[in-house]
Design a protein around this ligand. Structure first.
Ligand SMILES: Nc1ncnc2c1ncn2[C@@H]1O[C@H](COP(=O)(O)OP(=O)(O)OP(=O)(O)O)[C@@H](O)[C@H]1O
Length: 443
């Protein structure tokens, strides 16, 4: 088990409290950035939550027209201020319950508002990291309005043309008062990250500690080019057949069939002309599974993608583990995410070593990852925001290609089955059965 004060990424999380304050005009991707930062931190077991001022404002003003955002409209101004105060009050209460990174998702477009947030947070011992998204690329802004704003609850049931026009008017009101974070004058003492035109240019000011720099590095790697990530386990291995874990075995005859079928499955899903990069682990079974893929695909082997190390249990069946290490067997079922095999790893350890993979995935475009059950569960959990208590129990069938496509607010999933039979390697709590059928909840 990792020590209490260290969550495994070397962060003394108990001592750190950071408020990430989003800054920028509407439709500049602030909510998008906020939800990705939250997902990344939660995946690393760092308590993170987002406080979206727009959601608070909707209690009082569910479907405001653009005039509401006119800064000379006192009623609108009062309600927007009240919404910001309510969001910050909730965030402070959340920090008191052990929160580590609170994300304040709002425009925070004036210096006065930023000073108020900074003063309030620092008075409570909370570090402030401003994250400003600036974008003057009309095409990107229009695409943002089309993709996410027209489906926002603010415009439910309204004509899309009218809604788009109204939203542009809303932006104009903000433009009248918006001031970018100004390093030359009074805002130089702030810690901030400025992302210009989706990371084409980046300015970093006064980053103070490790956790802040992790967040900044992660956000610098984000992009919005359309792409997908394909995930596959290796084909059925000889150890899968005999119900043994770990090892470095080759494929069974049915696993070989899957390897031969994989190029066709990939072509069906990716198409012929999209360049694809293939990542495998360094173990024989993933390399063998990827070996019939077209030679023009770039292939890379990552040690970080190797299967969870089962230490002294490597090469054993679950029955053998239960017989030789009954306490370990029970402890693993009790808390599978945190249980670390003697001389081996836990799921939590795997997540930590996968962090560079996630960084690289965020920077990249289309990638196919051929890896192992536990590793795939961890990567899947990142994209699909799966709960740590549940993700280690998830069924990831052999001989299936999973396509994940990140969208503005979530990840879409499609599964392609090769229709080549394979044993099930899923195991329910308490079971030592070599091959079990998954229950509906584990799917
Ligand atoms: N750095 C960025 N610059 C511009 N657009 C981005 C950026 N990152 C993501 N996006 C795009 O922004 C869209 C999402 O907009 P989002 O709702 O996050 O805007 P917002 O700034 O939070 O707006 P509002 O202030 O109205 O809530 C997505 O389509 C996403 O692709």
């Amino acid at each position: 088990m990792p020590s209490k004060t260290n969550n495994g990424v070397g962060v003394q999380v108990e001592d750190t409290k950071i408020c990430v304050v989003m800054v920028g005009l509407p439709a500049r991707g602030k909510s998008y950035i906020a939800q990705l930062a939250q997902r990344y931190l939660q995946w690393l077991s760092i308590p993170a939550a987002t406080f979206n001022v727009g959601n608070y404002r909707r209690h009082d003003a569910p479907q405001p027209t653009a005039d509401f955002f006119d800064f000379s409209n006192p009623e609108g101004e009062r309600k927007r201020r009240a919404a910001a105060e309510a969001a910050v009050a909730d965030m402070l209460a959340w920090f008191r319950t052990g929160g580590v990174v609170g994300i304040l998702d709002a425009t925070n477009s004036t210096k006065e508002r930023r000073k108020w947030v900074w003063d309030t947070c620092t008075a409570h011992g909370i570090e402030v990291l401003f994250v400003e998204s600036k974008c003057d690329d009309e095409k990107v802004i229009m695409a943002n309005i089309r993709d996410v704003k027209l489906t926002s609850p603010d415009y439910r049931g309204q004509d899309p043309e009218d809604a788009a026009q109204d939203f542009r008017n809303r932006i104009k009101h903000y433009e009248k008062v918006y001031k970018t974070i100004d390093a030359d004058h009074d805002e130089d003492s702030y810690t901030y990250l400025k992302l210009m035109n989706v990371g084409k240019q980046v300015i970093i000011n006064r980053i103070q500690d490790y956790l802040q720099s992790r967040i900044v590095y992660y956000l610098m790697n984000l992009h919005i080019r359309p792409r997908s990530v394909w995930l596959s386990r290796h084909g059925e291995s000889l150890y899968n057949l005999s119900g043994r874990i770990g090892g470095d075995m080759l494929l069974s005859p049915r696993g070989e069939q899957y390897a031969k079928k994989l190029p066709e499955l990939v072509r069906e899903s990716v198409g012929d002309d999209r360049p694809l990069t293939v990542w495998t682990s360094t173990l024989k079974r993933t390399i063998a599974t990827a070996r019939f893929l077209p030679p023009h695909y770039n292939q890379l082997q990552w040690k970080a993608l190797d299967e969870l190390d089962s230490g002294v249990c490597d090469g054993l069946t679950y029955q053998e583990i239960k017989d030789r290490y009954p306490e370990d067997f029970a402890a693993r079922d009790e808390d599978k995410y945190n249980y670390r095999y003697r001389g081996g790893e836990s799921y939590r350890d795997v997540v930590i070593r996968l962090e560079p993979i996630i960084m690289e995935l965020e920077r990249s475009e289309d990638i196919l990852i051929v890896t192992h059950q536990a590793v795939l569960r961890c990567i899947y959990a990142y994209f699909m925001k799966k709960d740590q208590a549940k993700s280690p129990w998830m069924n990831v069938p052999l001989h299936t290609l999973i396509k994940l496509t990140p969208r503005a607010y979530g990840t879409e999933e499609v599964r392609y089955e090769a229709h080549i039979p394979a044993v099930s390697t899923w195991r329910g709590k308490g079971s030592t059965a070599k091959h079990e059928n998954p229950t509906p909840e584990s799917l």
